[in-house]
Write a protein that binds this ligand. Sequence first.
Ligand code: FE2
Ligand code: FE2
Length: 141
Amino acid sequence: MDYEKKDLQSMLLLIDKQHKDIRDSVEALYDACLNPDNKDLILELIYSLDKYVTEHFKNEEQLAEVTGFPHLEHLKKDHDYFKATYYRLRYHYTYYDEETRQYNHVYMFATHLAKTLEEWLDVHIRTLDKELIEYLKEKIF
Ligand SMILES: [Fe+2]
Ligand SMILES: [Fe+2]
């Protein structure tokens, strides 16, 4: 895939917007997890993060790959950590108990994982993603 400069520019804008949205969603998820009455909202927020785990990471990895970003493997590994944590949160929060035939919502676990994602994002965006963005900007200007 060959990116023109204007494509890179619009991809940078998209990534920036996605970062804002993903941060807001994870923060909202953490807040919602503090109150078990928010059962449906928590579920909604968990599922809304799915598109970031798939789309956003794919966008960044593709860009990193086609432009020769030197820390591509590190970026992918870091994304995989988020994905694994996210899927664990989703699994444990919506875990179906065959015996009782009920969904279990493990709030404590969800809170812990939501906080883990929040902290991970903060570090990831400030380090690896920032390096990628700076690298792409150099390619544009
Ligand atoms: Fe990233
Ligand atoms: Fe990112």
